[in-house]
Write a protein that binds this ligand. Structure first.
Ligand SMILES: *Cc1c(COP(=O)(O)O)cnc(C)c1O
Length: 515
């Protein structure tokens, strides 16, 4: 009989209830409301330490620094934990810079990525002494001017975009088709061409207030295999070698390899079934062919076919943090010296996002309605009190999250249902998944929601966004409170002429009618 899979690390089942660390998730919902994002402090700290240890073991040549990508989870309390773990920080926007500075990261380990960078943002970066990772020709002049006017030295890195020509398997980022990874990586906006890097490097080496300290690359999670990382590191080393040679034998102090390591259970693209277009094509053709036989026959056949559909969260775990670290460091130590780049004393920086935050977060949501259709096809719809609009990071990446019914975590999976969100869209959070016996009031936990989910929520249907809670041991505290309904309308402005129109209407709500 089907059961749930792979509950590990911060998650466990005790007496049929899902626990995160020492907290019963059912009690968390009773105490903090539903739906709810929950983060495990211990899991975040353990993930950071594993990254640090694994990369340091593979890189005895110089220091290793972990710079988690803030965009994956910029909740202030989470950033405080990372700063406390002695991480650096990869940031993109003025807002993320604000959080990073507040959390107290050492500015020399805050890498400011992004294009475009606004002028006042660049001034703030130079003033606060963070690393600027240059990703456009245009920003260099502003950095030089800011350094001169502020009387500071701006330390910069150049973001390069090596063609990963050794890796042509299809990218996971384009689920609609089989686009080769090396091509897909090139059309992403991040990074400068080799010629631009060389030209900018030459200029910066002549500048007074701007110091070139190293290089950066980031391709992202195109593919989860360690071979993708080996090929990335080969391409990176080759391009670094060519650039450094063109810069007269320049030796970097630090190189940053970016992020894109998969979450262990890897929900990425698990909702994409590459054979589905063929199946649906066949279903459509069959449906047409059956039409002349009448509704009864057609429905009878279609119902049987639809009964066979089921989607499963990803069954094959991603490579471990240690496996990624081994692949990256081994390849870099092999390749960099071949191109004349010394590894002794060279700082290696790594920017995990999803792999660091993903399995540290879960989302708890409550079953509110169950709709069962038995004719003309059999179909069960479970409506929960969350929505795909609070998982837009995951929807964008076609996630199918692994899941557990938190109050009946060891119940056998005996049926199938579409689990849908509360918005008026189709909101198929989990299309046709296996379920236990489910009742209204049951609590569903979506796993691996620690990265890109909470931070991408919208207010579709004017819905106030849910709260976030941080657990450590048996303690749980709110780290971002639930949004209030009136806050959803806070930025709305009513032109006076429209207000006057509403005020004249007899049925306009007044304080008298609304008590
Ligand atoms: C998004 C991003 C990351 C993290 O990517 P993940 O896929 O979450 O690991 C790292 N570095 C940069 C520059 C990024 O933009």
């Amino acid at each position: 009989m089907a059961t749930y899979r792979r509950l590990d690390e911060c998650l466990s089942v005790r007496d049929g209830h899902l626990f995160i660390e020492e907290c019963d998730t059912v009690e968390l919902v009773q105490r903090f409301g539903s739906p709810l994002f929950v983060f495990s402090e211990d899991q975040i700290r353990r993930n950071v330490r594993r990254f640090q240890k694994a990369f340091q073991e593979g890189w005895p040549d110089g220091p290793v620094k972990i710079l988690p990508a803030a965009k994956a989870n910029w909740l202030t309390a989470i950033q405080y934990i990372l700063a406390n773990e002695d991480c650096g920080c990869d940031i993109y926007s003025p807002g993320e810079l604000e959080v990073a500075l507040r959390a107290g990261f050492d500015p020399q380990f805050i890498s400011v990525n992004g294009v475009p960078k606004d002028e006042d943002h660049i001034y703030r970066c130079v003033q606060s002494g963070v690393r600027i990772t240059i990703d456009s020709v245009e920003e260099v002049d502003v950095i030089e001017r800011a350094a001169r006017e502020l009387g500071r030295t701006a330390k910069v890195r150049l973001r390069i975009k090596p063609a990963v020509s050794g890796f042509i398997a299809h990218t996971d980022f384009v689920p609609e088709g089989l686009v080769p990874t090396d091509i897909a990586a090139m059309v992403y906006k991040g990074g400068l061409t080799k010629d631009q890097v060389i030209a900018l490097g030459r200029r910066i080496l002549q500048m007074e207030g701007v110091e070139l300290v190293g290089f950066h690359q980031h391709h992202g999670r195109h593919h989860r295999s360690t071979r993708f990382w080996e090929e990335q590191m080969k391409a990176y080393a080759r391009e670094l070698g060519e650039v450094c040679q063109a810069l007269g034998g320049y030796q970097p102090q630090e190189i940053d390899i970016g992020g894109g390591f998969a979450i262990p259970r890897d929900p990425f693209n698990a909702a994409t079934d590459y054979s589905a277009p063929l199946e649906f094509g066949a279903l459509h053709a069959l449906s047409k062919a059956l039409k002349p036989l009448g509704d009864e026959t057609r429905y009878a056949v279609m119902a049987r076919l639809i009964d066979t559909l089921v989607s499963e969260p990803n069954q094959t775990p991603a490579p471990s943090i240690e496996a990624y670290a081994e692949a990256c460091t081994r390849t870099l130590r092999q390749e960099l010296p071949r191109y004349g780049i010394r590894t002794e004393g060279l700082m290696l920086q790594v920017e995990p996002g999803r792999a660091l935050h993903g399995n540290a977060g879960i989302h708890l949501t409550t079953v509110r309605n169950i709709k069962r259709i038995t004719y003309p096809i059999r179909w069960t719809i479970i409506v929960v009190d969350t929505t795909e609009f609070w998982f837009t990071g995951g929807r964008y990446e076609h996630h199918l999250h692994d899941y557990v019914f938190a109050n009946k975590a060891d119940a056998p999976l005996v049926g199938k249902a579409d689990i849908v969100g509360r918005s008026c869209y189709g909101d198929r959070l989990m299309p046709i998944v296996r379920i236990p016996e489910v009742q209204v009031g049951d609590i569903l936990a979506l796993l691996d929601t620690g990265a890109y989910q909470e931070v991408s929520m919208s207010n579709f249907n004017a819905m106030p966004r849910p709260a976030s809670v941080l657990v450590t041991g048996d303690e749980a505290e709110v780290i971002r409170r639930r949004e209030r309904q009136e806050e959803v309308f806070q930025r709305d402005v009513i032109p006076a002429r429209l207000q006057a129109f509403v005020d004249r209407r007899a049925f306009a709500p007044t304080s008298a009618t609304k008590g």
